[in-house]
Design a protein around this ligand. Structure first.
Ligand code: ADP
Length: 316
C-alpha cells in the first residue's frame, strides 16, 4: 500500500489560453487535470514516492481522463471512486493582469464532494506514513465528514499529517464557516503550509508573530508561509527564516504551491523529527521546494509542470 496518501478534490482545470484576462474576457481554455491534493499526490510520485489518492470523480469522460492521468503518473487509484450520480467537478481559471486568479467552479454538486465516510478504507489510511489534506473537501457534506474521518484515522495510525488549507472562499456558503472548518482540522497537522494571500483571512491577524504562535500552539511542528516569487518563510519553533525564491519567466503560476508542498514533503520522508531539524537543513529543504515551485510556473497546467528530482537538481 502507498506510503503517502492525499485526500480531496481531483477535477478539471480549464485554464485560459490567454494571459492577463478575466474569465469573461478569456477566448479559450486548455483542459488540465487539477485539484490541489491530487497535484500533490502526482508531485510526490514524480519525486519517486509511493503515493495514492483518495477522492471521487464522476463516472464520465472527464473522470476517466483524470484516473488515467493519475495512473500514468504512478499514483495509486484503488480508492479513487467514480460516482454514477454526480459529474466530475470543473474549474475555469484565468489569471488577471494584476496577477490575481479569476476562478469559477462547476460543482453544484460535483462528484468530489460526494465522498462519504463509509467509502474511506480504514486499513489503507492507517498504513500511510504521510497523509496530506486541504480544506476544499471540507466545504460541503458528505466529503467534509469523509475528510475528517480520514484525517482522524491517519492520525490514530501514526502518520505524519500535512495540511495546505488552499482557501477557495467562493466554494463556501459563508466565510465564517470556511474559517471555522479551516481551523477545525489545523490541530491534526504536523506540517502546515499557508500562502501569503491566505494568511490574513485565516489568522484574522496581519501580525505574523501572533498568527505563528497560535498555529504552533496547536501542536503544528513545522509552519511554512509561501510568498510567491519571493520564496517562503518557515519556522519549527526553534529554527526559522526566509528563503529567497528564484527569478523565472512565468508562464502560469497555478499549482506552484502544490509543487512546493510535494517537494518539501519528499525531503521530510521517511518521517523525521521536525522540531529538531536545524536551520541549515530547513534552509536546504525550502530552497529545494522553492525550486520545484518555480519550475511549476514554467508550463500551462499543474500536473505537466510538476518536476522530477533531476529537473530540480539541474535547476538548482
Ligand atoms: P500558492 O501557489 O499556493 O498560491 P505561492 O504563490 O506562494 O503559493 O507559491 C508557492 C511557491 O512557488 C513559492 O513559495 C515559490 O517557491 C514558488 N513560486 C510561486 N510563484 C513564483 C514565481 N512567480 N516565480 C518563482 N517562484 C514562484
Amino acid at each position: 500500500m502507498p506510503k503517502a496518501l492525499c485526500i480531496g478534490e481531483l477535477l478539471i482545470d480549464f485554464v485560459s489560453t490567454t494571459p492577463d484576462v478575466t474569465l469573461a474576457e478569456a477566448p479559450g481554455f486548455v483542459k488540465a487535470p487539477g485539484g490541489a491534493p491530487a497535484n500533490v499526490a502526482v508531485g510526490l510520485a514524480k519525486l519517486g514516492m509511493d503515493a495514492g489518492f483518495i477522492g471521487k470523480v464522476g463516472a464520465d469522460a472527464f473522470g476517466d481522463f483524470l484516473r488515467d492521468v493519475l495512473q500514468q503518473n504512478s499514483v495509486d487509484t484503488e480508492h479513487l471512486i467514480a460516482d454514477d450520480a454526480a459529474r466530475t467537478t470543473l474549474a475555469f481559471v484565468a489569471t488577471r493582469s494584476d496577477g490575481m486568479k479569476d476562478i469559477t467552479f462547476y460543482r453544484h454538486p460535483g462528484a468530489d464532494i460526494q465522498l462519504t465516510p463509509d467509502e474511506i478504507n480504514i486499513g489503507y489510511v492507517q498504513s500511510a506514513e504521510l497523509f496530506h489534506y486541504g480544506s476544499v473537501s471540507l466545504s460541503h457534506s458528505p466529503s467534509r465528514e469523509a475528510t475528517l474521518h480520514a484525517i482522524r484515522t491517519a492520525k490514530a495510525g501514526g502518520a505524519r499529517l500535512s495540511y495546505d488549507p488552499n482557501l477557495r472562499l467562493m466554494l463556501w456558503d459563508d466565510a465564517d464557516n470556511a474559517k471555522r472548518w479551516i481551523w477545525e482540522v489545523m490541530p491534526y497537522a504536523d506540517i502546515v503550509k499557508i500562502s501569503e494571500e491566505e494568511w490574513e483571512f485565516i489568522t484574522g491577524d496581519a501580525d505574523l508573530e501572533q498568527g505563528i504562535e497560535r498555529i504552533l500552539g496547536l501542536g503544528v511542528q513545522l509552519l511554512i508561509i509561501t510568498l510567491g516569487e519571493r520564496g517562503c518563510y518557515y519556522t519549527n519553533g526553534s529554527a526559522a527564516g526566509f528563503v529567497d525564491g528564484f527569478i523565472v519567466n512565468v508562464v502560469d503560476t497555478l499549482g506552484a504551491g502544490d509543487a512546493f508542498v510535494a517537494a518539501m514533503l519528499s525531503q521530510l520522508m521517511p518521517p523525521r523529527d521536525l522540531t529538531s531539524l536545524e536551520k541549515v537543513e530547513l534552509d536546504r529543504i525550502m530552497r529545494y521546494a522553492n525550486a520545484a515551485g518555480a519550475l511549476a510556473t514554467q508550463k500551462i497546467g499543474v500536473i505537466p509542470s510538476l518536476p522530477t528530482p533531476s529537473e530540480i537538481e539541474n535547476f538548482l
